[in-house]
Structure formats: structure tokens, C-alpha cells
Design a protein around this ligand. Structure first.
Ligand code: DGJ
Length: 729
């Protein structure tokens, strides 16, 4: 999969139908040659258009700056004439920021390395190969290893960078992106995923223009506002055709991602930890590892790119033993009660839920300290006796007796000013000593850069988790970081706090998943502010958004599905009028939309109509029948609510293509339009499929080229599901 051609000094990475090529260019610079559809030829050196610039350092150094400013560097540095966006910069002992990285050596080996302290994709040794190119700057003694891995059968290159200080002097890293590359064209549209609380991952498509277009987070988490994922696609690309490049950062903190169209109309891409307010001191012999970027290439549209990510993340990123299995259908009490619950109320919900076939009760926020609203007790992870008397073990055991599992909510990274913990340890909050702390949701963030803080919180969590039969944890994180500083770090290490915080979170999650592999973990951050691949390494599912309205969710889940598998998308049926936007939608539609994610309920079943209650039983039956398609199948998006809000449709197909589930949502009805034809995708054109609506048997070809008719459509927000199975004809 990875070859080095000594004569041409060319590395060729090939897998599935993709080729990625790198050349050691004149001057020993590591240059990008090609990233795209598979090319069988051995020699690709001609793709590096050195003739565009005659002033190569080896042949004519009189204008080396021009060479530096046009060579498509794999890892561009600051200071020696490349004026495009750089990926790497330092501050050396003399206060200098210039870096000049030259190729020194390389190794190619089987397997994919783990990244110390960081989540990362993984693969069996015989299924992956890795190339490490070592570059050095002889002046400041910095060594940079560019790491590239490919995994068999995936059109993907996974990149990260390891930096080592080989000098005897300390060096400050001021920027260390995970990757950079130069595409040989600017004819792309950039897709980014913006949002806000309760409006995550809304797709925005815009044509690239000369100059820089970027997304980022400086909030300490990947954020509601932008997701650490973007795509570059050819102007005419759609779900089924055209070129698409995806860039996904496996990281949960501050990030930066940019596309820059240069003076010569090429497109430079950079992605990694945000360099703003970042500084990492590297003492003699120390190393720094960047998180990795998973790049995916598709020559056949955006849909194919998404399916590659879905498979890659399901098979090579998510570790949880639950990832390929049906998760218990849960009921969460958040939208049912908010903070207003007690032992009896929870038991009542569980009692009723058990009659309807629900399989797990999740007790959300408000069970600890003296928490009756969001203004206290974070950090006091002991049971609020007044609410839960006679106690948590008793509650769990009663719930279990009803045949339900029990799950619990934590927000382990936070501390309320009104808490016993804050009284004892105000210095454990992230802060700039001497400055007032900024409140957000009446809480501060714990200094997870410190092991002592993590140990203390972990011990409290452990006590609760071992006190009763708890089988699920929702790990929430409800505010961003401000006054980013630590009472414990040295002045010259204070700017490391952002990254150290994230490393601390990862270390806690690693401990948790190691000690409690049988507990199903769901990540969450004020809805979906930390819906990123870093979190998926620890939890097989993430709460997608606090907006549970089925219609708003169409956009949120559509955007999320661009990179993340439906099996990871936390989705629940909630009450109406919806708590986020007041919309009233049919119970059936809410079920169909939630079923396209992890599926569960978030309402008080005792307060809804008998009709809806009965529908819960039906929905659970359907979900059990179809969930293997949703969890392990292929997803095809057949509508696009961002360009046409009148409807949405999507399809899940089993890997063997013998079964498919089609969901259609009529968002806004139209007069004189009582039926809608939807063309399917991904079926075997030569096989025959029978549907469960009218038993009609049609070929895959007919369903994909002709379409399936949804009839008798009437009213807004209605939805329908059709199940297809292969039959012999
Ligand atoms: C934000 C989450 O997204 C909600 O589901 C809920 O758990 C609240 N936090 C609780 O405070």
C-alpha cells in the first residue's frame, strides 16, 4: 500500500481507489504531489510542476524565495519564503520564529501507531501501513516526523505529526498543525458545519475564493459553532457524483481548519489544534504529538465519502463493545421533569415505561449535592438524599425489578461556586489568578490539567458507579472555557492549558472506559457541542442536539451524518409542543427521525395521549426489526433539506444489499401534490425487492431509476417508512 521509489524520491500511498503521492523535492523539501483517484503509474514525479518555477535551490538559488513560495509543501513552515499559511512555527532560544525543515530519513512499517494520550484510529497490523518522514531543522535542533497511515480498503490517508526537541535548549512550539497539503486546483466548494446551541452542524456550501477561508474553535471544546470537519468538493459534486475530499480532526478542543486559494489558484489546506493562545514548551529531549486528521477521498460523490467515514469510524475508531449492537431503548427524564423529580416520580416513569416496552431509565441532571436547578452542586457527586431517599441502590434495584436497566448523568469536568468542592478547592477551577472568573450556566470548569483534580473527581464517580447496578452513563459538558489559566502551571507553561485540559479529559475517559467497559457511555455537551471523532474513541454515541424537534433534527442529523455514523447519533422522541421551538409534529414522525439515530424517549409517558402511548410499543417493535440496518448498514441521503425544505428522505441498506429501509418526511405539503416519487440508491440493480407497503416487487434498477411512489400525502410534517427485502423473481 505504501511504496518508496528511490530513483524518483517519491512515496506513493495507494488504497481502495485512491492515490496520495509525496516527493522529496530539490533542496530536500517534502512536497505534495497528488491526492485523488487511483493512478497505477509508478512514476508521478511529473505531477510536481517544478517547471513553473525555474529557481530551484539546486539549479539556481538566486531566487529561492520564489521556489519556497510556490512549492506545494507537505508541512509548510514560517520564515524562509513561503508566505502562504504555514503549518509549523516555533520560538527558539534566541527569540526567532524561522523554521526550515528538510528531509532526513523515512521508515515504512505495517500497522498504525497509537498516539500517546490522544484518541486515534486503529487497525490490525496486517491491514494498515504507515510512513514516517523525519525532517529536521539543523539550526534549532527541532525534529518533525510527518506520519501517514493508510488502512486497507479505505480511500483515506490519516495524518499526524510528532515533534521532538533534539537540542539542548528549550524551544516553544507556537503552531503545530496536524496536516497541510496543496491541491493543484481551486475549483472546489467548501462545505462547513456551523451552528449554535440547539442548531448544530448546519451545512454551508460556498465556492472557494482567493484568500483564506477558515473555521475554528477557541472555546476549549470542538463546539456548537463549528465542527472539526469540512469538505472540499468539485463545483458540480452531489451525493452521487463528483470529487469530494473530507478532513476530520480527531480532537475535542480548540481547532483550526483552513482552505487558502493562492496567487496561482491552488488550494492549501491546513488543520489541527488552534494556534491562537497556544504555546507548548519543549525541553531538551521532549516530544509533542499532534492529534490526527482523517482525510477521505471520493471520486463518486459526497454520499460515498460519508459512507467511507461511517465505516472507518465504526470499524477503526470507536472501541466500545456496544458499537455494533442494538442499544437498549431508553427513556431519559430530562425533558420529562427537568430538575423537578424525586424517587417516586422516577419510579412512576420507569413503571409506565416498562409496560410500553422501554428498556432503560436514565436519570439526568439533578440527583446529586443539593441540586434543584442549574445553580449548584457540580463537583459534589454524592446522592441528594432529599430527592432520592431511600437511596440510589434502592432506586436502581426497583427499576431493575421492573425489567429496566438504569443509567445516570454526570458532568465531571465542572464545578459550581455553590458546592462543597469549591469551598474546599477554589483553586481547582480554571482561572487567571487575581481576575474575576466568568460564570456560564452558573458554573466554572475544573482544571483537568491537574492529576490531583482528576483523581478526586474520578474517585467520586467510581463510588457512585460501584454503589448500584448502573449500566449507562451520560457524560455532559455544559460550558466553554474562559480565563484559561491554571493555579498550578508555571508561567512558561500557562498557554498549554487548553491542550492539557483536553488531554486530561481524554485521560479520565480512558480510565472510565478501562474500568467500566460494560457501561454504555454517551457523550454530550450542551447537546452536540462535542460531537467529534475524539469523543467517539471513548463513547459509541453522542447526544446530537438539545433540539429534539423532528423537523429541526432533519437538518441537524443530515449535517452530522456527513462525517459521523447514524449509530453514533443520539436521538430521542420528545413531547409536543417541542421544548426548543414549540412545533407540533406527529408522534410517528418523531419516531421515524429518532430511529435514524440511537433511538429513545425523552418525555413523561404518563402525560401523553393513549394513542401515542400505544405507538411507543409499535415504534419499539419497528426499531428492533430495522436497527441492524441503521447500526451497521450503509446510509444514502436522498433529500437535502438545506436546498429543498419541502421534504427529506434517506435510506439504510444492509451490507449484503438484501434489505433496505426508506424513510420519507413530508415537511411542507403542497396543494395538488398528493404523491412524491423518490429514487432509491445503492441497491443491486439486478435483484428484485418487495416492499411492505403494497407488496409490489420491483427490480433494484426500477427503484433506483424510476423510484418509489409515496401516495396519499396530506399535511405537514408527516412521515412514512418502507421496508424492502430481496425476493427471487
Ligand atoms: C445538556 C444536555 O444536552 C441535556 O440533555 C441535559 O442533560 C442537560 N444538559 C442537563 O443539565
Amino acid at each position: 500500500m505504501i511504496k518508496y521509489n528511490e530513483k524518483n524520491r517519491l512515496f506513493k500511498l495507494s488504497t481502495a481507489d485512491m492515490t496520495y503521492a509525496i516527493k522529496i523535492a530539490p533542496g530536500n523539501y517534502v512536497a505534495h504531489v497528488y491526492f485523488g483517484k487511483e493512478i497505477p503509474d509508478e512514476d508521478l514525479t511529473w505531477l510536481l510542476r517544478l517547471d513553473e518555477n525555474p529557481f530551484t535551490p539546486e539549479t539556481n538559488a538566486r531566487d529561492k524565495a520564489v521556489y519556497m513560495d510556490t512549492l506545494p509543501f507537505e508541512y509548510p513552515c514560517l520564515g524562509t519564503g513561503d508566505f502562504r499559511e504555514h503549518a509549523f512555527s516555533v520560538l527558539d532560544k534566541d527569540g526567532m520564529s524561522t523554521v526550515d525543515l528538510r528531509y532526513k530519513s523515512h521508515i515504512i512499517y505495517n500497522g498504525k501507531p497509537k498516539l500517546k494520550g490522544l484518541p486515534a484510529t486503529f487497525a490490525d497490523e496486517n491491514k494498515a501501513q504507515t510512513l514516517e518522514i523525519t525532517c529536521v531543522d539543523e539550526y534549532c535542533g527541532i525534529e518533525v516526523v510527518l506520519i501517514y497511515s493508510v488502512i486497507e480498503n479505505y480511500s483515506s490517508v490519516i495524518r499526524s505529526v510528532r515533534i521532538k526537541n533534539n537540542s539542548t535548549n528549550p524551544v516553544n512550539i507556537t503552531r503545530a498543525m496536524s496536516m497541510a497539503l496543496q491541491l493543484d486546483s481551486d475549483k472546489y466548494d467548501m462545505h462547513t458545519f456551523y451552528g449554535s446551541w440547539a442548531r448544530e452542524r448546519h451545512l454551508e456550501r460556498s465556492k472557494l475564493h482567493h484568500g483564506k477561508q477558515s473555521i475554528d474553535s477557541l472555546r476549549g471544546e470542538s463546539s456548537h459553532q463549528h465542527n472539526p470537519f469540512f469538505m472540499l468538493v468539485s463545483h458540480t459534486a452531489d451525493e452521487k457524483q463528483g470529487e469530494a475530499y473530507g478532513f476530520s480532526l480527531v480532537y475535542s478542543g480548540n481547532f483550526f481548519a483552513q482552505a487558502e486559494v493562492t496567487q496561482h489558484s491552488k488550494t492549501g489546506v491546513t488543520m489541527g489544534i488552534n494556534y491562537v493562545d497556544f504555546n507548548w514548551l519543549l525541553e531538551e529531549g521532549e516530544e509533542f504529538q499532534t492529534p490526527e486528521v482523517v482525510m477521505v477521498y471520493s471520486s463518486s460523490g459526497i454520499g460515498n465519502m460519508s459512507r467511507t467515514y461511517h465505516d472507518l469510524y465504526r470499524n477503526h475508531l470507536i472501541r466500545s463493545k456496544f458499537k455494533n449492537t442494538r442499544r437498549p431503548v431508553l427513556i431519559n427524564n430530562w425533558e420529562a421533569t427537568y430538575f423537578d423529580f424525586n424517587y417516586e416520580k422516577l419510579l412512576n416513569i420507569a413503571r409506565d415505561a416498562s409496560e410500553l416496552g422501554i428498556e432503560m431509565l436514565v436519570m439526568d441532571d439533578g440527583w446529586f449535592g443539593h441540586r434543584d436547578s442549574d445553580n449548584s452542586s457540580l463537583g459534589d457527586w454524592f446522592v441528594y438524599e432529599k430527592k432520592l431517599s431511600p437511596g440510589l441502590p434502592q432506586l436502581v434495584s426497583e427499576v431493575n425489578k421492573l425489567g429496566l436497566k438504569f443509567g445516570i448523568w454526570f458532568e465531571p469536568e465542572m464545578i459550581s461556586p455553590d458546592s462543597e468542592l469549591y469551598k474546599k478547592h477554589p483553586e481547582w477551577a480554571i482561572q487567571v489568578k487575581g481576575r474575576p472568573l466568568t460564570l456560564c450556566r452558573e458554573q466554572y470548569v475544573l482544571d483537568y490539567s491537574q492529576k490531583e483534580v482528576r483523581d478526586y473527581i474520578y474517585e467520586m464517580l467510581r463510588k457512585i458507579l460501584t454503589s448500584a447496578n448502573i449500566e449507562y452513563v451520560k457524560w455532559d459538558m455544559n460550558r466553554q472555557l474562559t480565563e484559561a489559566g491554571s493555579c498550578f502551571l508555571r508561567a512558561d507553561r500557562q498557554r498549554e492549558i487548553w491542550h492539557r485540559y483536553v488531554l486530561g479529559v481524554y485521560e479520565m475517559m480512558e480510565r472510565f472506559t478501562t474500568d467500566f467497559p460494560d457501561i454504555l457511555l454517551e457523550n454530550c455537551s450542551g447537546g452536540g457541542a462535542r460531537f467529534d471523532p475524539g469523543m467517539l474513541y471513548y463513547s459509541p454515541q453522542i447526544w446530537c442536539s438539545d433540539d429534539t424537534d423532528a423537523i429541526e433534527r432533519l437538518k441537524i442529523q443530515y449535517g452530522t451524518s456527513m462525517c459521523y455514523p447514524p449509530s453514533a447519533i443520539g436521538a430521542h422522541v420528545s413531547d409536543c409542543p417541542n421544548h426548543s421551538c414549540g412545533r407540533i409534529t406527529p408522534f410517528e414522525t418523531r419516531g421515524h427521525v429518532a430511529m435514524s439515530g440511537t433511538f429513545g424517549y425523552e418525555l413523561d409517558t404518563t402525560r401523553i395521549s393513549e394513542n401515542d402511548r400505544q405507538m411507543i410499543k409499535e415504534q419499539i417493535k419497528q426499531y428492533k426489526k430495522y436497527c441492524h440496518l441503521i447500526i451497521n448498514g450503509d446510509q444514502y441521503r436522498l433529500g437535502n433539506v438545506f436546498s429543498d425544505i419541502s421534504y427529506d428522505a434517506w435510506l439504510f441498506i444492509s451490507k449484503d444489499k438484501t434489505q433496505a429501509l426508506l424513510t420519507y418526511v413530508q415537511v411542507l405539503a403542497k396543494a395538488n401534490e398528493r404523491s412524491k416519487r423518490i429514487k432509491l440508491d445503492g441497491l443491486n440493480p439486478d435483484w428484485y425487492y418487495k416492499n411492505d407497503v403494497n407488496d409490489l416487487v420491483l427490480s433494484g434498477s426500477a427503484l433506483m431509476n424510476g423510484g418509489f411512489n409515496f401516495e396519499n400525502l396530506w399535511g405537514d410534517f408527516k412521515s412514512k417508512q418502507v421496508y424492502f427485502t430481496r425476493v427471487e423473481k
